[in-house]
Design a binder for this molecule. Structure first.
Ligand code: FES
Length: 273
């Protein structure tokens, strides 16, 4: 069993849990994820690692309560335990000193971007971060992102904080300012990652996205997380979750996600009974 040491609500329906998991904390790297199962009847929930502390032996996860399982997870409290907490899974982010790195997090996507930005900064890069949200009240980890970035830009859809508009507007402004960008890392809603990929493609800027498709086993056995990258089928759980954004078939990914909407809605109804 894995104990919840800290629970914090970062914004409405967005929870941070610090979990006691020393063996995972020992090995975890930016970009990897865990699969959580609350109890024996629970669905497996893949969540990207938002932070790890090797000394304390903890893993931090941040999740949005969007369906039955994540709502059930959000109902747990400090001192409660989770049955399964498996990881670290997936490939770690390739971190090296390459120059100017732009880290983009959309919504809850800021959570997995944070350890990557920190790793890139520690490797000696100049890190510029762009955080996007629908409005100010759902912005998360602003202080943490400021601590690991040379500069942070905020965009909100309604203009309640930072630039009114999308992360891609800010990215375009950075490119137009003449900043020589060596790498863009973008994590967030699929539509956002697709827009970032379209923006950087025309400038030939290397861009990495982290995909979070439906996952079941997380070990490459079930095929649930299949994504098309270039001309190849890849499994996000073992080949990713990070991929070259210019090769990802985002439209295929979105239609696969839509395929499971009915089942998800049915599951949510059952959980709420
Ligand atoms: Fe089953 Fe990736 S989650 S193959």
């Amino acid at each position: 069993m894995y104990k919840i040491l800290t629970k914090k609500e970062l914004s409405q329906g967005v929870q941070l849990f610090e979990i006691e998991a020393p063996l995972i904390a020992k090995k975890a790297q930016p970009g990897q994820f865990v699969i959580v199962r609350i109890d024996e009847d629970g669905e497996r929930i893949p969540l990207t690692i938002a932070d790890f502390n090797r000394d304390k032996g903890t893993i931090t996860i941040i999740f949005q309560e969007v369906g039955g399982s994540t709502k059930q997870l959000g109902d747990l409290n400090e001192g409660d335990s989770i049955l399964d907490f498996v990881g670290p899974l997936g490939k770690a982010t390739h971190i090296e000193k390459i120059g100017n790195v732009v880290c983009i997090g959309g919504g809850i996507g800021v959570a997995p971007v944070y350890p990557i930005a920190r790793g890139m900064k520690q490797a000696g890069n100049h890190v510029v971060s762009i955080m996007g949200a629908r409005n100010e009240s759902i912005l998360i980890l602003e202080e943490e992102m400021n601590a690991v970035s040379d500069k942070v830009y905020i965009t909100t859809d309604d203009g309640s904080k930072g630039h009114k508009g999308f992360v891609t507007d800010q990215l375009k402004m950075l490119i137009d300012s003449g900043l020589e960008i060596s790498l863009v890392i973008a994590i967030g809603p699929v539509v956002m990652m697709r827009s970032v990929a379209e923006t950087t493609r025309q400038y030939g800027i290397k861009t990495i996205v982290s995909l979070n498709p439906i996952m079941v086993d997380g070990t490459g056995m079930c095929g649930g997380c299949r994504v098309q990258v270039g001309n190849e089928s890849k499994f996000a759980c073992v080949d990713g979750p990070e991929f070259d954004a210019h090769q990802v078939d985002f439209n295929g990914l979105m239609s696969r996600q839509r395929m499971y909407k009915t089942q998800e809605a049915a599951h949510e109804c059952q959980c709420e009974k």
